[in-house]
Design a protein around this ligand. Structure first.
Ligand code: THU
Length: 136
């Protein structure tokens, strides 16, 4: 099921991402991040980055988001929005593109610094669950 582009209220997602950003725990980088997503069944899920004194253990905002996705009923992501501490659009890092790819709805859209793009555009030729199925 592909969510029609008209059904996506990007302002609602932007607001949810900004609210999540306010919850960030980023004492080391001082770079708070908030992410929000619209699920295919119309829920909004969000997350903030959570850093750690052992720097490499930092959880990106998208990690918290996919956790909330599952904790609130699972499903697939139709649209995604991420912001930095100024509320500006932030591109998900490479690892987080992979996290999002796992839970993408067909035609999933992301707000990017270059406008709306699809998951396939921001992570082309991706490795995903389908690849594992090929070997079984
Ligand atoms: N960060 C995210 O939360 N998501 C991203 O996609 C990019 C980076 C966080 C991790 C770290 O807490 C801070 O931004 C600086 O790298």
């Amino acid at each position: 099921m592909t969510m029609p582009a008209n059904d996506i209220d990007w302002h609602v997602l932007e607001d949810a991402a900004k609210q999540a950003m306010q919850r960030a725990y980023a004492p080391y980088s001082k770079f708070p991040v908030g992410a929000a997503a619209l699920t295919e069944d119309g829920r909004i899920v969000s997350g903030c980055n959570v850093e750690n004194a052992s720097y490499g253990l930092t959880l990106c905002a998208e990690c918290a988001l996919v956790g909330q996705l599952h904790m609130t009923g699972g499903g697939r992501i139709a649209a995604f929005y991420c912001v930095d501490g100024q509320g500006n659009i932030l591109m998900p890092c490479g690892r987080c593109r992979q996290l999002l790819y796992e839970f993408r709805a067909p035609g999933m859209q992301l707000m990017t610094t270059q406008g709306i793009k699809t998951m396939d555009q921001v992570l082309p030729d991706a490795f995903g669950p389908e690849n594992l199925e090929e070997t079984t």
